[in-house]
Design a protein around this ligand. Structure first.
Ligand code: AGP
Length: 610
């Protein structure tokens, strides 16, 4: 979603702003812009489309300055056009970039209009610019004006404000949308994500909820929500990623699919003994909490929700306690019942998903015994606001379609179920030791699955002209079928749905004809015989089946059945392994259809608005 970059330095910063925006491109956006104070005036450039368009415009009419702000916009209020692109101005004095949504903007807009303010965009952000300009007339500093203006706002914002009459300082404010400050030598930077600033610094400090700060070249002054001065140090970041580097791969998505063995090795590293999971991997209090926990509530969105669904199968089978799973956007607006001694778990690759964060905040008022997040981004809001955090260590994921973030989440969740079973002694020690061994095998099993790439590329040709695809699975493979369908629809734009195979005859069977490919996830487990009957139901109606199956599943290739052999050595790890061919299938179909694989239309990597 929207991205923010800001800088105050002694050198020209326009190039730094553009490079920062380029590094945030993966988040999804539809226009980009920047403003700098140049020779005492604010100069602005905005373009619809990619950051490359903005860069081209800057090459044609260069602007430079030592202080500036920049933004990539993902349209919420008003269509993606140049007028709606950020930065927004008020009276050529205040310039502002903003992530989030101001919910009461219509009332404020009418009030400001009646006071003589003219609007040049349809955005909620322009309201903020005018409010700050209005308050600036009667306040001693920009910081004070921002404080007063933000008190009038309902909704979410991460914002950077520049005052043409104060070319030494930027003011930032955070409520519901993340901001991070970066420190260079005699220069300071601001961004909505550390990745934007990695070329210029590795010293970072996150702004907390409700904080505002004055940022000048050598100094940062932070006030908390009550106006008290906050003391906080910059810290060296461990984030390692060059967002510009696809290596030998054509797309980030493919690079990230092939990184999965390494990512999962990183997830496991230092967290397993010979025969057990290190329970403290989930936090210092985990040994005590996981022994006491009597039920689990998991909340997530999208792909992370599919990981949660698999975890339900694992937790209930291995730990024998109830596990509820719900989509965050539903959970947060529903009156739910919390049973005593329940653990609240959020799952998110970004750690900033607005609905998941809101669900966590609600959960904290609801009386859960503790909150745990399974997350890929250190320092993200979910990590900082949860009692415990398990970092998945997938490394930065740039492709909008989540791949390695998902399989590392699953690995973390299988480790969690094992740690709980250990703590509560619901599985024999030999079984725990065997699962630990199976966890260690995941990277090599994924390597075997990746070796099927060519075979999958070949069959993907058969999907490219299709308008619909059905995915089927049973048990813990049902959420994997859902994930396969989500991947296909989000990057190839083919309509795809997943069903628990037992549901076929309750409706979806009516869709089956020779134009409907049906993808089946069929590892050899105790449900495979049931699945075979479901496949026969499809075959009898002329549907073309593509079955991802173990050799041991004993499903024979036949008219209407194509088998793609995939091998998982244990039923515990099979959901992780069988995910990989489905990722490859959606990737190749999308490439042949010529879509924007890494940045599919209308989607954003980090969904920071609800
Ligand atoms: C996955 O391919 C999607 N891009 C999307 O469903 C994503 O998983 C969802 O938005 C949740 O994001 P999170 O994991 O960052 O919370």
């Amino acid at each position: 979603m929207c991205g923010i970059v800001g800088a105050v330095a002694q050198r020209d910063i326009a190039e730094i702003l553009i490079e920062g925006l380029r590094r945030l491109e993966y988040r999804g956006y539809d226009s980009a812009g920047l403003a700098v104070i140049s020779e005492g005036q604010i100069a602005r450039l905005r373009r619809v489309g990619k950051v490359a368009e903005l860069q081209k415009a800057m090459e044609e009419a260069p602007i430079d300055g030592n202080i500036g702000i920049a933004h990539t916009r993902w349209a919420t209020h008003g269509e993606p056009n140049e007028n709606n692109a950020h930065p927004h101005f008020s009276n050529d004095r205040i310039a502002i970039v903003h992530n989030g949504i101001i919910e009461n903007y219509e009332v404020l807009r009418e009030e400001l209009k009646s006071q003589g303010y003219a609007f040049s965009s349809d955005t909620d952000t322009e309201v903020m610019a005018h409010l700050i300009e209005r308050e600036r007339k009667t306040t001693e500093s920009l910081l004070e004006a921002v404080l007063k203006a933000t008190q009038l706002l309902e909704g979410a914002y991460g914002t950077v404000v520049m005052d043409q009459q104060n070319p030494e300082q930027l003011v930032v404010a955070r409520s519901g949308s993340p901001l991070v400050l970066g420190k260079g030598i005699g220069e300071m930077f601001i961004a909505s994500d550390q990745l934007a600033l990695l070329p210029v610094t590795r010293q970072f400090m996150f702004l907390e909820e409700g904080e505002v700060a004055e940022v000048s070249r050598r100094e940062v002054r932070i006030l908390d929500a009550n106006g008290a001065l906050v003391e906080r140090d910059f810290e060296e970041s461990s984030v390692q990623h060059d967002a510009g580097d696809k290596g030998q791969f054509r797309h980030f998505m493919m690079k990230e699919i092939f990184e999965q063995p390494t990512s999962i090795s990183n997830t496991l590293e230092g967290r397993l003994t010979n025969d057990s999971v290190v329970v403290e991997s989930f936090g210092n209090k985990a040994p005590e909490l996981l022994t006491k926990v009597k039920s689990v509530q998991i909340i997530a969105c999208g792909t992370s929700y599919h990981a949660a669904m698999v975890a339900k199968y694992w937790i209930e089978a291995m730990v024998q306690i109830p596990c509820q799973v719900e989509i965050a956007s539903e959970y947060r607006y529903r009156k739910s019942v919390v049973v005593p001694d329940s653990l609240f778990i959020s799952i998110s690759q970004s750690g900033e998903t607005a609905d998941t964060l809101a669900a966590l905040r609600l959960a904290k008022e609801q009386g859960f015994m503790a909150s745990l997040t399974i997350c890929n981004v250190p320092g993200s809001s979910l990590v900082r606001e949860s009692d415990m955090a398990f970092m998945t260590r997938a490394g930065a994921e740039i492709g909008v379609a989540s791949t390695k973030a998902f399989t590392t989440q699953l690995t973390g969740l299988l480790m969690l179920a094992t740690a709980m079973a250990q703590s509560k002694q619901t599985l024999p020690a030999e079984e725990i030791a065997s699962i630990v061994d199976q966890l260690r095998q995941i990277p090599s099993e994924i390597n075997e699955a990746l070796a099927m790439d060519k075979t999958i590329e070949d069959i993907s040709e058969e999907f490219t002209e299709k308008e619909h695809t059905l995915f089927l699975g049973r048990g813990e493979q049902y959420p994997i079928a859902m994930e396969g369908a989500l991947k296909l629809k989000e990057i190839s734009y083919i309509h795809a749905e997943a069903y628990a195979a037992g549901e076929l005859k309750h409706g979806p069977l009516a869709l089956i004809d020779q134009d409907m490919p049906i993808v089946v996830v069929a590892p050899n487990n105790d449900l495979v015989e049931k699945l075979k009957s479901n496949m026969e139901e499809v075959r009898a109606r002329g549907g073309q089946l593509y079955v991802f199956a173990d050799k041991e599943s004993e499903i024979n290739e036949n008219d209407g059945i194509k088998i793609i052999h995939c091998s998982a050595k244990s039923h515990y790890t099979a959901p992780i392994i069988f995910t990989v061919p489905l990722q490859l299938l959606s990737y190749h179909v999308a490439v042949i259809r010529g879509t924007d694989v890494d940045q599919p239309r209308n989607l954003a990597k980090s969904v920071t608005v609800e």
